[in-house]
Design a protein around this ligand. Sequence first.
Ligand code: NAD
Ligand code: MG
Length: 387
Amino acid sequence: MQSLTILGATGSIGGSTLEVIRRHPERFRVYAVTAFQRWQALLPICLEFKPDYAVVGTEEDATQLRLKLKEQHCLTQVLSGPDSLVAVASAAEVDIVMAAIVGAAGLPPTLAAARAGKRILLANKEALVMAGPLFMTAVREGKACLLPIDSEHNAIFQCLPSEGATAANGVRRLLLTASGGPFRGWDTAALRTVTPEQACAHPNWVMGRKISVDSATLMNKGLEVIEAHWLFGMEPARIEVVVHPQSVIHSMVEYADGSVLAQLGQPDMRTPIANGLAWPQRIDSGVTSLDFTRLAALTFEPADQVTFPCLRLAYAALAAGGSAPAILNAANEVAVAAFLSGHSTFTGIAKTVAAVLNRLPTVALESVAHLLEIDRESRELATQLLS
Ligand code: NAD
Ligand code: MG
């Protein structure tokens, strides 16, 4: 029996994780679940999965949830705040941590899980993008097992030899597939007036709002290039993006002999989640079979980095190294939030990210405290530029 903490249990990935767990009560027990603002959404989760702990954002919310749980005779203890996230991610009782908080807020508990040597199922790509080398050092020193949940990286993980993505193993390139998002084929003029609702209507995947906007700007693919660099130790020139609108091939690995291995499946996050939960074994995820006789053509095209500059900005930040990916991520988080709340245009997102990257110097990352300072500075500048 493996004991699990789900950071971000009320989100899209959190919900899919609970669906897989529900199928395997003999294999997994839930130790802790966390939510930010919607404590009400944690209530049914606590009643069903009976975790030891539930963590919410504020003590006021904690009081409300405690009251409801007591009424239902549920023994789950309710905690609040960022320190409690760290505590439930690194507790001795925990074997597996699903890192599914969105954005930089997920870094401290995910880092704590790495230092504590947990099996980390990493959905929270922003944590790795901003902290790259610091995070990978924590994984190594803590002897943690880091497994990618992002569908592309999970696909690559499944296609790589167990020794990893080295040239000595004959790995030539990693090919990240991208759906192209809801605005594939549009021009810049048309993009100026798109609404959050249009941006969040992803053609193939149902996801949280932030990542949906990132998919529409192609920043998501840019973050994933950086993520792939750190996860697989692959140099940027050998990580390529190819647009594949059907999202059937989740990514590919090309070898020196010309072989290309791909992982295919339904666009359903329960597949990579089940893969991470049971690895190296395979378990039922609830995902239906691909019916090849009903698949339309699988098509491929290059990514349009002119109309969607965020992908280009992410490659540039990775090449610049040091603090640049953290600055890119922080500016993007602020700009996406502004777009979602009606305070920025869609095209303003890339403009804000580019401006913040231009104005802040790229420096070496010294420590986590230094990184958090850079994150704060970048957010302040992005907010200032947007107002
Ligand atoms: P979501 O918005 O649906 O859920 C986010 C979760 O994080 C919620 O439980 C929320 O309560 C919590 N949260 C938000 N802000 C927080 C804060 N400040 N402190 C503590 N908790 C906070 O997002 P999602 O789509 O589930 O994505 C989660 C992560 O997984 C993101 O990093 C995303 O990029 C990544 N991811 C998602 C998908 C997908 O299909 N949804 C695919 C690949 C990667
Ligand atoms: Mg992805």
